[in-house]
Design a protein around this ligand. Sequence first.
Ligand code: FES
Length: 571
Amino acid sequence: MTERRSSQWYAGTDRNAYIHRAWMRRGLPENAFDGRPHIAIANSASDLTPCNSHLNEVAEAVKAGIYAAGGIPLNLPVVSLGETQVRPTAMLWRNMAAMATEEMLRANPIDGVVLLGGCDKTIPSLLMAAASVDLPALVIPGGPMLTGTFQGQALGCGTDVWRLSEEVRGGTLSQEQFLKSESSMIRSRGHCNTMGTASTMALVAEALGTIAPGLAGTPAPDSRLLEASYDSGHLIVELIAEGRRPSTFLTRGSFHNAIVALAAIGGSTNAVVHLLAIAGRLGIDLTIDDFDRIGSGVPLLVNLQPAGRFLMDDFHRAGGLLSVLREVRDLLDPTALTVTGRPLVDHLDDARIWDPEVITVRSSPLQADAGIAVLYGNLAPGGAIVKPAAASAHLLSHRGRAVVFDTIEDMHARIDDPDLEVDADSVLVLRGCGPRGYPGMPEVANMPLPKKLLEQGVRDMVRICDGRMSGTAYGTVILHVTPEAAAGGPLGIVETGDWIVLDVPGRTLSIDVPQDELDARLPNAATVAGFAAPTRGWERLYVDHVMQADTGADLDFLRGSSGDRVSRESH
Ligand code: FES
């Protein structure tokens, strides 16, 4: 039998082994140190991450499964990010959470890890960490919440917050009614129930192969989540016995499958930066162009908010991810493996669509081409993305004059000014919201429309930003513009009144200003109002090392893997 990693701490009769064992003898069984696998449960449960607050119960089911399979489960609380709670934006802390988790997995005497996540950044940060440590690992997603209703209507949390608040600003909903909806928005434990970032990342992580097939999308209150968590406890013991590490089963083909899934479900644009960052940890050369190339031609089969009508509860009832993937089986990489040791496509045979209104068959897709479109041009030399499935078809080819906001504060201060020179054809430009500029690349690209236009019935406009957009948002929003303004990108030299030309079918985004004038403006590109470089702490480290959106906005020194080795003893 090969020596367990944890035995490097526990085996033997010397003083150090004595210390490692003695301090752990607090209720562990007598045979805990006989060479059986020690397995961390990287647990992002936190009262301040409300979408993950039920994960301690999930952890108990995992523990039971690990014990039953002959392993030793060990709860490891990790940095947890509540999307609605942490300021200035959870994305600023994703890399910190990934780095902290990576180091704690490496530093501790464990042989494998079960990753418990849910809210937007938690699964990405856990997977980035696991990829860099490369211990046997699998994910259990905490699952979406049940559907709440208000005045007889289902509420999509996130998406309907944007919609209702716009209705208040447009004068079609009273402030009192808006506030009344607050207590209906979150019906149960679990993460957002739209096809937002949390739902997307759980489903994409399953398509990637890191979750037991069929588990992602199980609602958080559903008893089958605990049953599957128990089974995953068994499965992680098998992964360790087989030496099934991320580097042994995550390949370019795995990411291909994740991108196909992302398009077919109409998933969040945030998956682009997260998948790029995870691939970077594995040394897989994934680019934003892969999202357009692989995703184009993939049909949209899932009718969920924000692009469609239903919610995650309906999605699970209708057959879930495997029934979607079965429809696009021919587009998947048949060699890409999963945590089960078998290819993803091997798990599709029994999947069925039970409600074709929620999940459509391949022959009648909601859209023929649902991929993320990647745009280039003199406004985005490093690329920008747009999700056509969530955009207005009539705006995908558009020419309009820019209305520029230097910061999010500037936008909030002026967007509803009756004297703002803006009409329905204008292009709203918001800069200073990239990884460095904010810092942290917040979800602000889906900026609110000017009140006076809302009152005229305008419901969408072209918006351009170097930040991200909430996965629960919708609209003709061009985001992740690279390089960002604060890194000297041309977004920093756009002036109000410039003509902007968007051509999504032609994949271009440009500014129609003579080149010599652009050249004259360029030295001032990085001068973005409100940006002050942080002087200490994580923000300082982040701003000094964060890369641009086109590579996943990871820190430059966190790319790649350091493996699980620790060279020195602690005393
Ligand atoms: Fe946690 Fe939406 S706020 S998933």
